[in-house]
Design a protein around this ligand. Structure first.
Ligand SMILES: [Zn+2]
Ligand SMILES: [Zn+2]
Length: 116
């Protein structure tokens, strides 16, 4: 299980250092727009309700909170703070160009099953 070891809120980007040594850089606004809370994404359809144009161009994370060692909750300068970003999702939206999509089991698989 890859976890975030360090989260830095910098002027231009959010920098997350991972337990496997990888470091991800995220523009603030892109993470804000990727919010998957019930206010931004329609639960039944997965459709984005958030009006992306309504998100200020200079929106930034003012604070963050680690949630149960599996996710990070950000508080944004536009007042939004209900979005929880699982580490797996943050790895998936990493902009470094590496393919992180296959490195962890999807939620559909049981992560608790051991051995084989
Ligand atoms: Zn949201
Ligand atoms: Zn990456």
């Amino acid at each position: 299980m890859i976890v975030a070891k360090d989260v830095q809120l910098e002027n231009e980007e959010i920098v997350i250092a991972w337990s496997d040594g990888h470091v991800s850089h995220y523009p603030h606004r892109e993470v804000r727009i990727d919010c998957a809370c019930a206010g931004c994404i329609e639960e039944m359809t997965g459709r984005q309700i958030l009006d992306v144009l309504s998100v200020p161009a200079d929106v930034f994370a003012v604070d963050f909170l680690e949630v149960g060692r599996y996710a990070i909750q950000f508080a944004w300068s536009d007042g939004h703070s209900t979005g929880i970003y699982p580490f797996t999702m943050l790895r998936k939206i990493c902009k470094c160009g590496d393919d992180h999509s296959n490195e962890q089991p999807s939620p559909a698989q049981s992560p608790r099953r051991e051995g084989r």
